[in-house]
Structures are given as C-alpha cells and as structure tokens.
Design a protein around this ligand. Structure first.
Ligand SMILES: *[C@@H]1O[C@H](CO)[C@@H](O)[C@H](O)[C@H]1NC(C)=O
Ligand SMILES: *[C@@H]1O[C@H](CO)[C@@H](O)[C@H](O)[C@H]1NC(C)=O
Ligand SMILES: *[C@@H]1O[C@H](CO)[C@@H](O)[C@H](O)[C@H]1NC(C)=O
Ligand SMILES: *[C@@H]1O[C@H](CO)[C@@H](O)[C@H](O)[C@H]1NC(C)=O
Ligand SMILES: *[C@@H]1O[C@H](CO)[C@@H](O)[C@H](O)[C@H]1NC(C)=O
Ligand SMILES: *[C@@H]1O[C@H](CO)[C@@H](O)[C@H](O)[C@H]1NC(C)=O
Ligand SMILES: *[C@@H]1O[C@H](CO)[C@@H](O)[C@H](O)[C@H]1NC(C)=O
Ligand SMILES: *[C@@H]1O[C@H](CO)[C@@H](O)[C@H](O)[C@H]1NC(C)=O
Ligand SMILES: *[C@@H]1O[C@H](CO)[C@@H](O)[C@H](O)[C@H]1NC(C)=O
Ligand SMILES: *[C@@H]1O[C@H](CO)[C@@H](O)[C@H](O)[C@H]1NC(C)=O
Length: 537
C-alpha cells in the first residue's frame, strides 16, 4: 500500500471516530510568511506510530509529510525544505507560504491504541494589501447638478473596503450616497453632490484579516454658489456726501470666486469688480437722483447668476462757504432797519435756521423772514436787537453756519444822578451821572443853569461851601443818535452848628466872660472909695 492510499484509509476511518484535534479555522497568513498549525492534543510522547499531514485544494488530497517518533519522513517534493513536523506535539510548520498553499490541511495520528486521531483546518494565504487608490469619475463637480463616483482599488486578497470622511467612517445612506463592493474595489457614488461632501479629506481603507492600508487623502472641488449675494452697507444713509470716501461692496458665497456686475436703476454700470466706489458713480454721472443699486454675482463653473437686494441712496453736495451779510451802515434805534441775508457758496441747502445769541430767532413784531428763510428783516431796529446773529444752512450731509454781530445805537436814556442831597460846609461832594447809551454818552454839568467845566459823568466838590448849594443838571448827549437827555439834582450845604464847638472854645468863652465880670466889679469898688472923701459935711 503506497503512502497516498494509507492516508486516505486512515482519513476515512478517522472521520466520525474521534473529534477534530485541530482548532476551527480559518488561519490567515500573509504571503511569504510562516505558519504553524497546532493540534489540541498536547504532548504525544512516543505513544504513536505515525503522524500524517495532508493538503487538499478542494479536489485532490495530497500528502505533505509523515513523522514517526524518530523523525519526519516522506516529505512531498512540493514542500521539501519548508516543512517541519514537531514529533513532540505533532505541529506542522510551513514556511515561505505561497498563494497556492491556501487550502484545507488535515492531520491524522495513529497511536499505539490504534484509534486514529484526525483533524482538519483551512489555511488562507493572504496577499499583502497595497496600492490603495481613490479615483474620481470627474475632476471637479458642480453642487447639486453632478453625480460623483469614487472608485477605491487595491491589491491584495480577501479585501474589505471602508470609506472614511476626515477621521470618521463615511455615512452611506443607500440613497444619495451608495457604496458597492466589488472584487478588489469599492465604488462610492454620491448623487447631487454637495459642497461639504468631499472636503473630508476622504480616505479609503482596504483590509484583510491581518493588514489595513489607507489611501492617500482625496478631496474634490465641488463648485457652488453664488449664494447670499449682498451689498454692504445694506442700508446706507438716504444721501451720501458727494466726493466722500464711500464704497458699495458686493459679496457672495461662491466657489470659484464670482464675477460681479453693477446696476443703477436696472442700467448696467460700466465698472468691474466687487467694489463700486462713489468716485466711479460720480464720474459716470449716476446718483444725482436717488436710485437703486444692485449687484449681480456670476459663477463661471456653476453657470449661476444671482442678484443682490437693492440699496437706495442719492448723492448730495455738501454746503460750503456759508455767509451772513448784514447792514454796513450805522444803525440807530427806532430810525434804521436791518436786513440780514444768508447764503452758501455751494451745495444744496435744504433747511435754514436763525439764532440770536444762541437762541432760536422767531418771526413776529419787528422781525420778518423771507419766504425761503434766506433773509430776515428787522424794522425798525431797537436796542434789544443788539447781539450775535447766526444763520444755519442745513442739508442731510452737513451743516454750515455764519455769524453777524449787529450793533444798534441808541440813547442816551434819561440819566440818573447819584449823590447826597445835603452836606455840610467842608464836606466832599461826589455826583455821578449815568445814562444808557450806545455809544457811551458824553456828559456836561450845569450849576444853577450855568455850564461848568466838568465833562465826565462825575462832578466832584472837594470842600463844600455854603454857596455850592443849588441845582446841578447833568446832560448826556450822543452825537450818533443826535439825542440829548438831562436830569437835575439839588444840593444844600448847611452852616456850622454850636453843638459843634470844641471844649477849648467853650473854656475860652467862659474865661473871657469871667475876666469881664471881674473888671466890672473892680471899677464899682474904686468909685465907692472916692465918694466919702469928697463929702461936704
Ligand atoms: C517541539 O515542541 C516542543 C514542545 O512544544 C518544543 O519544546 C520543541 O522545541 C519543538 N521542537 C522543535 C524542533 O521545534
Ligand atoms: C520562517 O522559517 C524559516 C525556516 O523555515 C526561517 O528561516 C524564518 O526565519 C522563519 N520566518 C519567520 C518570520 O519566522
Ligand atoms: C464629511 O464630513 C463633513 C464634516 O463632518 C460633512 O459635512 C460631510 O457631509 C461629510 N461628507 C459625507 C459624504 O458624508
Ligand atoms: C485637497 O485640498 C487641499 C487644500 O484644499 C489641496 O492642497 C490638495 O491638493 C487637495 N488634494 C486633492 C487630492 O485634491
Ligand atoms: C473704498 O475702496 C477703495 C479701493 O477701491 C479703498 O481704497 C477705500 O479705502 C475704500 N473706502 C472705504 C470707506 O472702505
Ligand atoms: C445645473 O442644473 C440646472 C437645472 O437642473 C441647469 O439649469 C444648469 O444649467 C445646470 N448647471 C450646470 C453647470 O450644468
Ligand atoms: C432783504 O434784502 C433782500 C435784497 O436786498 C430782499 O430780497 C429781501 O426780501 C429782504 N428781506 C426781507 C426779510 O425783507
Ligand atoms: C443857586 O440857586 C439857589 C436856589 O435857586 C439859590 O439859593 C442860590 O443862592 C444860588 N446860588 C448861586 C451861587 O447863584
Ligand atoms: C463825545 O465827544 C467826542 C469829542 O467831542 C466825540 O468824538 C464823540 O463822538 C462823542 N460821543 C458821543 C456818544 O456823542
Ligand atoms: C431818523 O429818521 C428821520 C426820517 O426818516 C430822519 O429825518 C432823521 O434824520 C433820522 N435821524 C437820524 C438820527 O438818523
């Protein structure tokens, strides 16, 4: 009986006689590597007669080698140099595995007891995973319009593919995104591709039981837009100041960047780019009237054009060179009238306002405004009309103002004389005269109707004498208004009073009286002595 028949015989006997002494497979091994097939029986000792390992490719059963307690025997030509059977435990080691080594390996051990032990295990020799590559059906795509098919291919055997989006598994929903595995490739189809789908980056990973290989990162440009086409500022002021630094800027979410067109009231503006500057609007002569500006963004790749919402504004010249012209002649209260007129060198004036000394000036009485408020007439002027007049020229883009100081001459009004009415001889007398007047009045003084030399508003008497009593008249005059006005003041200078004598004077008087009295007594005594001497008896 040749070896082959022997193996078959014991293999058949073995079936059903004992359980599988090999673990359940399959065992996967990478091409070129070594594999050791282990039994579950443990140490055999020298209790066995023969161990036989065989190989089947699914059709034929071929012996590999046999072993007896003394060593390995009968090695099949195909395995010479790359097979060992360990006689201690019956393990089969096969090295430098080839693709054709994939198949079923069986063992049969015939022990002394003569009840054979058998087992079978599948070995798969896996080619290493390599050349994992993603290819796209299109070089670029248009959002929503295009279907993108990505094919991941790889070399290897028993491969399973997975798709990775960034760092997480790509979600395949079976409807918009589908994946189909084929022999050595996986096809991912994305219908109506979105801009966000393929930024990932996308990876494909191919794996067998033992190895995993990842592709290079893949991304695909998906063109989209324009979306959200907007003009900034979206709500400009109703009027923009002419010649100012003002731009309309159009923006859009788009890939690739869009090109922009501008429209003024539906008329295309001859300019390029996302910025429409006021300078260009003015150069092209737009904007004198309020109008609507829109921009349109166009994407070359998606062939889509989108219009922005309109923005509305007009352009206005700022006011400059405000001038307030008033009367140049001398103004005299009650006799002159004034006309102030306000104008600007350039710019459109929309509103005019008048202030006097910072407070609004209103019409009424002697004050009249012209219909357009460009001038104000005051007739006749009065002293109250003195002050600072301001005219304000206003439009939506600026305000300018001009000032005129109006001087109205008036007076003098009735003077007021201040000073004492009654003084005593030797007193100092000061009379002060004041009369409201513009320009300040000149003064003259009269005493009892006679002009004095005094020409200031103050009349002074250093030491009053009795004859200074009388009527003082102050006259204020204003050569500009041609008016004069006078007031009188009465002064009385009183004589010295007794009560006013000093102690010395009183003492002098008393002594004088006493001396006179003594002299009188002496005369009387002298006369009495002479009379008895010259008696006739
Ligand atoms: C056979 O197996 C035994 C037990 O596992 C081990 O000790 C021995 O080294 C092996 N022999 C060879 C030649 O590998
Ligand atoms: C495979 O076995 C051969 C001899 O049969 C040995 O030289 C080699 O080192 C082994 N390789 C590995 C990876 O164990
Ligand atoms: C990939 O991930 C991004 C971000 O997480 C997501 O927006 C996108 O939809 C994903 N792509 C696919 C095809 O699922
Ligand atoms: C992916 O995108 C990046 C940047 O967006 C780019 O540098 C890179 O070349 C792209 N890769 C592929 C495969 O298109
Ligand atoms: C308007 O655009 C011009 C360039 O076109 C720039 O120089 C200028 O600073 C912009 N002005 C404003 C206010 O953004
Ligand atoms: C995308 O689809 C729309 C409608 O289906 C079509 O009008 C448009 O021309 C398509 N765009 C491109 C770039 O093919
Ligand atoms: C002021 O004078 C101007 C021209 O002299 C005249 O047109 C205007 O009506 C006058 N203003 C008033 C309020 O009278
Ligand atoms: C001035 O007039 C007063 C009253 O009329 C009179 O009493 C006085 O004597 C006069 N004085 C002179 C200096 O004329
Ligand atoms: C006051 O007198 C001077 C000198 O005579 C004169 O020049 C001036 O105009 C006068 N002032 C008034 C308000 O009359
Ligand atoms: C005031 O006005 C009257 C008449 O209008 C004129 O005769 C007189 O000279 C004026 N007075 C002055 C001081 O200008």
């Amino acid at each position: 009986m040749d070896l082959k028949s022997f193996v078959v015989l014991f293999f058949l006997i073995g079936c059903g006689v004992e359980g599988n002494i090999l673990p359940s497979g399959p065992v996967d091994v990478v091409l070129g590597r070594n594999v050791t097939l282990q039994t579950v029986v443990g140490n055999l000792g020298t209790d066995f007669i023969v161990i036989t390992w065989s190989y089947s490719d699914g059709h034929d059963l071929d012996p590999i080698a046999t072993a007896t307690p003394t060593g390995m025997k009968n090695v099949n030509d195909r395995y010479v140099g790359r097979v060992t059977i360990n006689v201690t435990n019956g393990y089969l080691t096969l090295s430098a595995l080839r693709a054709e080594d994939s198949g079923d390996y069986s063992i049969s051990i015939i022990p002394q007891s003569f009840t054979p032990l058998t087992g079978e295990i599948k070995v798969r020799v896996l080619e290493p995973v390599s050349d994992v590559l993603i290819k796209s059906s299109v070089p670029e795509a248009v959002e929503l319009n295009d279907t993108v098919t990505l094919t991941c291919s790889a070399k290897g055997s028993f491969l399973k593919f997975t798709w990775i989006n960034g760092s997480v598994p790509l979600k395949v929903d079976g409807r918009r995104i589908t994946a189909k595995e084929e022999e050595l490739k996986s096809v991912l189809t994305i219908y109506n591709v979105l801009r966000s789908d393929l930024i990932g980056p996308i990876f494909c990973s191919a794996a067998n039981k033992l190895e995993t290989e990842k592709s290079a990162p893949f991304n695909l440009t998906v063109h989209y837009g324009p979306d959200e086409v907007k003009i900034s500022p979206s709500k400009p002021a109703q009027y923009i100041r002419a010649h100012s630094d003002f731009n309309l800027t159009c923006s859009a979410v788009s890939s690739p960047a869009p090109s922009f067109l501008w429209f003024y009231n539906e008329e295309q503006v001859k300019t390029e780019g996302r910025i429409l500057s006021l300078n260009i609007i003015e150069k092209l002569g737009y904007g004198k009237k309020e109008g609507q500006y829109t921009c349109s963004a166009s994407n070359d790749k998606t062939k889509r054009s989108v219009r922005s919402a309109p923005v509305t504004f007009g352009i206005m010249e700022p006011i400059s060179g405000a001038k307030l012209v008033g009367p140049t002649s001398v103004l005299i209260a009650g006799n002159s009238s004034a006309n102030l007129s306000c104008s600007a060198e350039s710019g459109a004036v929309k509103t005019r306002a008048w202030l006097k000394n910072g407070k609004p000036l209103s019409a009424g009485g002697r004050v009249t405004f012209s219909g357009d408020m460009s001038s104000v007439a005051v007739a006749p002027v009065q002293k109250e009309d003195n002050g600072k007049y301001t005219c304000q020229l206003i439009n939506p883009v600026n305000t300018e103002q001009a000032v005129f100081n109006m001087v109205v001459h008036y007076g003098p009004e009735t003077p007021v004389v201040e000073g004492r009415d009654a003084v005593e001889v030797e007193d100092l007398v000061t009379l002060v005269c004041s009369a409201l007047s513009s320009p300040p009045a000149n003064y003259t003084w009269k005493f009892n109707g006679t002009l004095t030399k005094e020409q200031s508003n103050t009349f002074t008497i250093d030491r009053a004498v009795y004859s200074d009593s009388g009527t003082y008249t102050c006259e204020a005059s204003n050569a500009i208004t041609g008016k004069k006005s006078a007031s009188t003041h009465t002064l009385s200078v009183k004589e010295e009073l007794v009560e006013g004598l000093s102690d010395g004077a009183i003492a002098g008087i008393v002594i004088g009286v006493l001396v006179a009295l003594a002299a009188a007594i002496a005369v009387v005594f002298y006369c009495r002595q002479k009379v008895p001497v010259e008696s006739p008896y």
